[in-house]
Design a binder for this molecule. Structure first.
Ligand code: RB5
Length: 141
């Protein structure tokens, strides 16, 4: 699977951890930055991953900032991107089943590595349910 990933300084450590894990599992990971813990602006990084989704470079995106909030706000300003801020297993599952989310946003300062790994695995392996959710997702634009 092609997966685009990015973080700001607040999510850098978790992003590196997840990128390494996904590569080990055989995914093609497109890392759009940031390259280290120097301070950067999360909207710039979120926009790069949103673009990767929209042009088809990646099937899914992962965005990590301090809380995940700023990344999700920015990603969702791109029509066609459906970014979900996830902090529980069932959110990861429902974001895929009901919302056909294509980007998962995580709070690097609040989510443990173990929890984040689990959220990402659930997110990437859960199919969209379609059916009544299809119409609703279409209304998202
Ligand atoms: C950066 O300090 C912080 O604001 C950012 O990582 C994120 O939490 C924004 O939503």
């Amino acid at each position: 699977m092609f997966i685009a990933i990015a973080s700001d300084h607040g999510g850098f450590a978790l992003k590196k951890h997840l990128a390494a894990l996904l590569e080990k599992e055989g995914h093609m990971v497109i890392d759009r930055g940031c390259p280290d813990e120097s301070s950067v602006d999360y909207p710039d990084l979120a926009a790069l991953v949103a673009q990767d989704i929209l042009v088809g470079n990646a099937e899914f995106g992962i965005l990590v900032c301090g809380t995940g909030i700023g990344m999700s706000i920015m990603a969702n300003r791109h029509p066609g991107v459906r970014a979900a801020l996830v902090h529980r297993d069932d959110y990861a599952k429902l974001a895929r089943e009901h919302n056909d989310a294509n980007v998962i946003c995580l709070g690097g300062r609040f989510v443990s590595k173990e929890d984040a790994e689990r959220f990402v695995k659930i997110f990437l392996s859960t199919p969209f349910e379609g059916g009544r959710h299809q119409r609703r997702v279409e209304k998202l634009g």
